[in-house]
Design a protein around this ligand. Structure first.
Ligand SMILES: [Zn+2]
Length: 409
């Protein structure tokens, strides 16, 4: 569905650019027979001049986006993220759960990657996870989990049964949920008077600074900023009082929110907000500049790859990430340009990348049939991947970093 109005404040919005016809970034195709019935939508981001929320205007139907056959289990995905969430739980427990018998609620709790850290300490907790098989995995991990969508009704039912929450967590979740206002109202209904919400997901400031337009895809309906979080959650009487940045997923922000006036704003919050204002995240010119950056990156990447191919060089892709679909389809790259994409995820191997139809293959192919150049779609894991591919690098293999400036390294 295409929105003419901001989904937070209902003021009219207009996209500042179009990334063209795009498939769903995680909809890998099993066989060429599936190509003809592939689903496409127009990927067009807008920035609301009124409430500063960055959002895509056309949202595909949920059944197009969340397929049964592609279930994402967070704990098996990355040891780095497992450690990251364990540390978050540790810090939050010390800082916000000092009272008697605290209660923690997490939405989009997945298989319990974060909540199990509270469960292990015997802290009362409840996960709210809409996908049934993932919720089942959480229960098997000893994490109490409700299979439901979080909205004001769910929030009130949880409060009636368990009492108010001291801590409410949403990691890599708020950018996936279309009804932000419903979540904000639910959080306000569920939190105790001094309760705290922690939300963490990709940060608009990082995306603008590094020109990472591949953060924009169907499931990333919003890219949040401090200003936009304050405006969206402010409608329900909540405000941000502390933040912390980290490098995961190409740059994330952690927001701490409480009821207005309850928690004193920290220096980190004031500094990050000042940086955000200096970046101009509230100004339309900033997004015009971002659009120009994206267009330059597209021209440079397509010219570079076609030039290399014309010279007889081989080019592969590395990491069949959801964000790679945005780049490949916006740049119009095909299997003639990029022979294959190497990926370690078994569920993605032996399939075709959405839209571009480039074959996705296991890493053995990369080892046996090494390309002269590899477009690093998983650019946010550069250091880790660089260390892993030393043998290929020693033989002269070169990376192409596909975003801002498009570098060959
Ligand atoms: Zn708005």
């Amino acid at each position: 569905m295409r929105h003419e109005r901001c989904r937070i404040c209902a003021q009219p919005i207009r996209p500042f650019m179009s990334l063209g016809r795009q498939p769903i970034g995680n909809a890998f195709l099993k066989s060429p027979a599936d190509f003809a019935k592939e689903y496409f939508f127009e990927l067009a981001p807008a920035h609301c001049a009124h409430c500063a929320t960055f959002q895509i205007v056309e949202i595909p139907a949920p059944e197009q986006m969340f397929h049964d056959h592609y279930a994402y289990f967070a704990t098996t995905a990355s040891t780095v993220m497992t450690a990251h969430f364990a540390r978050m739980a540790e810090e939050a427990t010390a800082r916000f759960l000092a009272g008697p018998d605290p209660f923690v609620v997490e939405i989009g709790s997945n298989d319990g990657i974060t909540l199990r850290n509270f469960a292990h300490k015997g802290i009362r907790h409840l996960g709210v996870e809409p996908s049934a098989n993932v919720a089942e995995a959480a229960r098997a991990n000893g994490v109490a989990t409700l299979t439901a969508f979080f909205n004001p009704e769910t929030a009130r039912a949880i409060r009636a049964q368990h009492g108010p929450a001291d801590l409410f967590i949403a990691t890599n979740t708020m950018h996936h949920i279309e009804d932000t206002n419903g979540v904000a109202e639910g959080v306000a209904a569920l939190l105790g008077p001094e309760g705290v919400m922690i939300s963490e997901d990709p940060y608009l400031g990082d995306m603008i600074e590094i020109g990472a337009y591949d953060q924009i895809y169907a499931e990333h309906m919003y890219i949040w900023s401090i200003t936009a979080m304050n405006n969206a959650f402010g409608r329900a009487g909540l405000e941000v009082f502390d933040v912390a940045r980290n490098r995961h997923h190409g740059g994330c922000m952690r927001y701490h929110l409480g009821r207005k006036g309850v928690h004193a704003p920290t220096d980190a919050y004031r500094e990050a907000l000042a940086h955000e204002n200096a970046l101009g995240l509230h100004r339309p010119e900033t997004f015009e500049r971002f659009r120009a950056d994206c267009e330059r990156a597209r021209a440079r990447l397509t010219e570079l790859v076609r030039d290399l191919r014309a010279k007889g060089k081989t080019v592969a892709g590395y990491g069949a990430t959801a964000k790679s679909a945005t780049i490949l389809n916006w740049c119009g790259l095909s299997p003639d340009d990029i022979a294959y994409i190497s990926d370690t995820t078994p569920a993605k191997q032996h399939s075709f990348a959405p839209g571009s139809h480039i074959p996705v293959v296991p890493p053995q192919r990369f080892a046996q049939d090494p390309p002269d150049f590899a477009v690093l779609f998983a650019w946010n894991h550069f250091a880790e991947i660089e260390a892993k591919e030393q043998a290929w690098r020693a033989k002269g293999g070169q990376w192409i970093l596909p975003i801002k400036g498009v570098q060959v390294v």
